[in-house]
Design a protein around this ligand. Structure first.
Ligand code: SF4
Length: 706
């Protein structure tokens, strides 16, 4: 861009899936600052505390990995090696394992922070050339239930709304999400809209009274795991009162009669008792929805991270379907994405259970299309191992080598002590990352230094399907390389053809071509056009297409019948870990405002540490009193998986019988036992395989020094 005393570069925030535009300014000495991009349609110049301080995290290189390092065995020290040597060793080990045990003995675990081009190349390499579908992403931990929920109701994984629907909605139903802290810029847009239009209603469903509740007209503080009862009770009231859109239901959906029967199995009174909320509040929520001309349902991990996460998604999306509030201005289901490019990963088929551009392994035509596009004989029809399945396969000894890119599973996976034990059994672990502060590094046989977010070019897609171009602003330190270059060099070391790209432009354009003819068709787009326009929402099926703000405006869905689908979910019981007399409290985990994921970036920024500088356990006054716990006391939270020791914060914001721990802290950043996932259950949703982070049985005791 301009070249005066300073240069400026347009990019996108590297944290949450809101996808705010950022202008990075670099002075003559190379020092960078950031500001919100006034021209960006998402944030219009605004940034939250994390985005505003991004330059500190990006510029602090004290913890950066600078050179490839490897050790010949776990008893040997690491030694610095050249890139050639590192990748030759990786290729030799991968070849040998594949030759001896077959391609399913290797796996890749990547990240919703990878750029689309990195995701694309990793998937091409693994599914096309290594011959296994064992590539999963940490997005499995946050949004795979939403992917399955959309697919089951709308026919494909498709977020139908645009952020501009926020300013057109008059009722917001925010369930299992705390956008005030986790998606702050979207929250500010909702807040501003409500301030300007006092009749706008906000309903929050959450076992915790979070900051988001501050602007709510109604907070349904349900018992954890009972969400579906609320959605079904609201549906029942709407149906009984005739506040549903029968024209839409009759012409554009199927399965309504069976759905209605399932919903009518439970009375509103019974649902209120099970959820532990007043029946009148459920009726009030239904009345707000009934009166709405624009109705948005927003949700995040509270729904997704559950052993019945997919069913919760289906039940919530069904509220949009019965009211016909989908494909219309101000209306629709809107899953909030936790990571900046989880959506881009979904487009390239970045999960072990999907192929590029929403294609399916189960469809032989789809496999053939992708194989022929990549010039490989075939794609395996066997879905790959998901995140927690990889841990199980390592335990069994079936998975011998794992390559981990841009994620820190030894803090973020559930039941992390089990994950640690499994990782020790791996024959070969590659960790490709930017930071030495990743707890996962302890297990690496080979460490590959990657370029950071401002140090590479590419694209990402945010929660409203908006693809953004990211410029490179600064050079990577030492010998660190962009992830895409590392993967292409490895592919060549393996002897594969088809990885000779001159730049990321060529990779993006190849990805666009592979989407042709699919529902997320972006074959009308190319890198040069995107660079020029900055952002665009998919689909973009033709040249000079302006992008697509809203899906399903013609009420034609992606199912074979073109009709959206209801599902009779007869038994909305929570299948989570049962509480016992030894472990009578429900542990739920989540995020705090100024930290992100496992803190390898936000943990470096002083300003961000000032908000909450250490992990605390939120506990209800009654639960604290019966355990003789006072504010600030050190407490131990236990179950048969492990222990966490932190201070207690006594608060009426948390429901009685429930305790809350932030998920960010790991062993490296906090020396004591602060890792919430020491305690979390390894149970997963049977369809999405997303772990149940929101419901683990624990006990809490005051910690007395021995
Ligand atoms: Fe970054 Fe999300 Fe904050 Fe926007 S809302 S600045 S994308 S963390």
């Amino acid at each position: 861009m301009k070249r005066h005393a300073e240069e400026s570069f347009k990019t996108t925030c590297s944290y949450c899936g809101v996808g705010c535009g950022i202008v990075v300014k670099k002075n003559r000495k190379g020092k960078i600052t950031v500001e919100g991009d006034q021209d960006h349609p998402v944030n219009r110049g605004m940034l939250c505390s994390k985005g505003m301080n991004l330059h500190y995290a990006m510029q602090d290189q004290s913890d950066r990995l600078l050179h490839p390092e490897m050790r010949w065995s776990r008893n040997h020290p690491y030694q610095q090696v050249s890139w050639d040597m590192a990748l030759q060793r990786a290729a030799a080990v991968f070849k040998s394992i594949i030759q001896t045990y077959g391609p399913d003995a290797v796996g890749f675990y990547v990240s919703g922070q990878c750029l689309t081009e990195e995701y694309y190349i990793a998937n091409k390499l693994v599914k096309g050339f290594l011959g296994t579908n064992n590539i999963d992403t940490n997005s499995r931990l946050c949004m795979s239930s939403a992917v399955a929920g959309y697919t089951k109701t709308l026919g494909e994984d498709s977020v139908p709304i645009a952020y501009e629907d926020i300013e057109l909605a008059d009722c917001f139903f925010i369930a299992g999400a705390n956008p005030a802290w986790c998606h702050p810029i979207l929250f500010r847009r909702i807040e501003a809209h409500k301030q300007a239009n006092p009749d706008v209603k906000v309903i929050v469903v959450d076992p915790r009274r979070t900051q988001t509740c501050a602007m709510a007209d109604l907070h349904l503080q349900i018992s954890p795991g009972t969400d579906m009862y609320v959605y079904h009770a609201i549906a029942r009231i709407l149906i009984e009162n005739g506040d549903v859109d029968y024209n839409f239901i009759n012409n554009h959906t199927e399965g309504f009669a069976e759905y209605r029967d399932a919903v009518f199995n439970v009375t509103v009174e019974e649902a209120a008792r099970i959820c532990d909320v007043p029946e009148s509040d459920i009726r009030l929520a239904a009345s707000y929805i009934a009166a709405a001309k624009g109705f948005l349902t927003l949700w995040a991990m509270g729904l997704n991270q559950s052993v019945i996460g997919v069913n919760k998604n289906i039940a919530l999306i069904s509220l949009n379907l019965i009211t016909g509030h989908i494909g219309k201005p101000g209306s629709g289901p809107f899953s909030l994405t936790g990571q900046p490019n989880a959506m881009g990963g979904r487009e390239v088929g970045g999960l072990a259970t999907m192929l590029a551009a929403h294609r399916s392994y189960a469809n032989p035509e789809h496999r053939k299309e992708v194989a022929s596009f990549w010039g490989v004989p075939s794609i395996s029809e066997k879905p790959g191992l998901t995140a927690t399945q990889m841990i199980e396969a390592l335990e069994r000894g079936d998975l011998k080598a794992i390559w981990i890119i841009c994620t820190n599973p030894l803090v973020s996976l559930p039941d992390t002590r089990r994950a640690e034990a499994a990782m020790k059994k791996a024959r070969f672990v590659v960790v490709q990352d930017i930071s030495r502060k990743s707890d996962t590094l302890d297990f690496a046989d080979l460490i590959l230094p990657a370029a950071g977010h401002f140090e590479k070019e590419g694209t990402m897609t945010n929660s409203e399907r908006r693809i953004s171009h990211l410029s490179k602003a600064i050079d990577a330190p030492g010998e660190a390389l962009p992830d895409v270059e590392i993967l292409c060099r490895f592919a060549k070391a393996m002897g594969f053809h088809g990885f000779d790209y001159n730049n990321v432009d060529e990779i993006f354009d190849e990805h666009c071509r592979l989407t042709k003819g699919t529902n997320l068709d972006i074959s009308g787009l190319n890198y040069a056009q995107l660079k020029e326009s900055g952002t665009i929402q998919w689909p973009v099926p033709e040249k000079n297409h302006k992008g697509t703000a809203r899906l399903f405006t013609d009420s034609q869905f992606y199912t074979p019948s073109k009709k959206a689908k209801f599902h009779p979910l007869n038994n909305p019981e929570n299948q989570s870990e049962p509480l016992t007399s030894d472990f009578p409290l429900i542990l739920t985990t989540g995020r705090i405002r100024d930290q992100w994921h496992t803190m390898t970036k936000t943990g470096k920024v002083n300003k961000l540490r000032q908000h909450i500088d250490k992990p605390v356990l939120e506990i209800h006054p009654h639960d604290a009193m019966v355990r003789n716990i006072k504010e600030g006391d050190v407490v131990e939270i236990d179950n048969f998986r492990g222990t966490v020791r932190v201070s207690a914060k006594i608060s009426e914001d948390i429901k009685k019988g429930v305790v809350f721990l932030p998920m960010h802290w790991g062993k490296i950043l906090q020396k004591d036992l602060a890792r919430a996932n020491n305690l979390t259950s390894h149970l997963v949703d049977p369809i999405s395989k997303e772990p149940d982070f929101k419901f683990s049985a624990v006990e809490v005791r005051k910690f007395e020094k021995p």
